[in-house]
Design a protein around this ligand. Structure first.
Ligand code: 4IP
Length: 249
């Protein structure tokens, strides 16, 4: 009898790892890992970037990071490494569970998030059903998914009155951009409500590079990243948030 061969997508669908979620979208992944996962929970999923693309999604402290994995035949490429089989790729994480992301954050793969989980069969019992007439129709009940898309990293920011620059740890989750004195702090210095933000723009007015600004009615926040790639990423995701907010999502 032939042993199971881990080759290509069929192998992914058929066999291990148990943390491969074929149909999970980026959005659903973030919701799942942020709600049920913990720091270090990870899973592999099909990416919509192309037929041979996968994403390794990992829950960091307050956000979910997604990394590209590409397949060519039975080989998998992840960062600078190429693995000749899925088995090698999976085995790699058992031995070297650390990923250094572009933002300088070290992400640890601790807990594979399984596709199949045992679910308790517990339901609330209905006491009253439709006690209130709302006038809504079935059309009003189209689910509106919460706006996700998370990011975190160090940025330097300028004070409003005293124009000193401070390095702060920023986290973006739902419609909130928070900044902390440093990464290990649990209480943010401030939480910015992006539903009140009117624009996110590149900024060239400062004596620094890689800057952008967030415009609020009361204040414009000037922020700078370490690299132009990070600046682009922040601007892209923040603008995406603003567009989602505009659409009422
Ligand atoms: C402070 O400068 C910090 O930059 C503060 O930033 C900033 O508050 C203050 O802004 C600014 O005076 P010094 O530490 O040199 O005094 P952080 O809060 O990140 O520490 P913001 O409002 O930017 O958070 P003003 O506007 O209070 O001067």
């Amino acid at each position: 009898m032939r042993g199971r061969r881990w080759l290509g997508e069929d192998a992914l669908k058929r066999g291990p790892p148990c943390w491969y979620h074929h149909d999970l979208t980026r959005h659903a992944t973030e919701a799942l890992l942020l709600t049920n996962g913990k720091d270090g929970s990870y899973l592999l999923r099909k990416s919509n970037e192309g037929p041979h693309s996968y994403a390794l999604s990992v829950r960091a402290k307050d956000s979910v990071k997604h990394f590209h994995v590409t397949r060519s035949g039975s080989a998998y490429t992840f960062g600078f490494n190429e693995f000749s089989s899925l088995k090698d790729f999976v085995g790699h994480f058992a031995n070297q569970p650390l990923i250094g992301s572009e933002t300088g954050t070290l992400i640890v793969l601790k807990n594979p998030y399984p596709r199949e989980v045992e679910e308790p069969s517990i339901y609330e019992s209905v006491r009253v059903h439709t006690a209130m007439q709302t006038g809504r129709t079935e059309d009003d009940l189209i689910p509106s998914a919460p706006s996700l898309g998370t990011k975190e990293g160090y940025l330097i920011k300028q004070g409003a009155i005293v124009k000193s620059w401070k390095t702060r740890w920023f986290t973006l989750n739902r419609n909130e951009l928070k900044y902390y004195k440093d990464k290990m702090f649990t209480e943010p210095i401030r939480t910015l409500d992006l539903t009140e933000c009117t624009a996110v723009q590149f900024d060239y007015s400062q004596d620094k590079t890689n800057c952008f600004c967030l415009v609020f009615p009361e204040r414009t926040f000037y922020l700078c990243a370490k690299t132009s790639v990070e600046t682009d990423e922040w601007i892209k995701i923040l603008r995406w948030k603003l567009s989602q907010i505009k659409k009422g999502i």
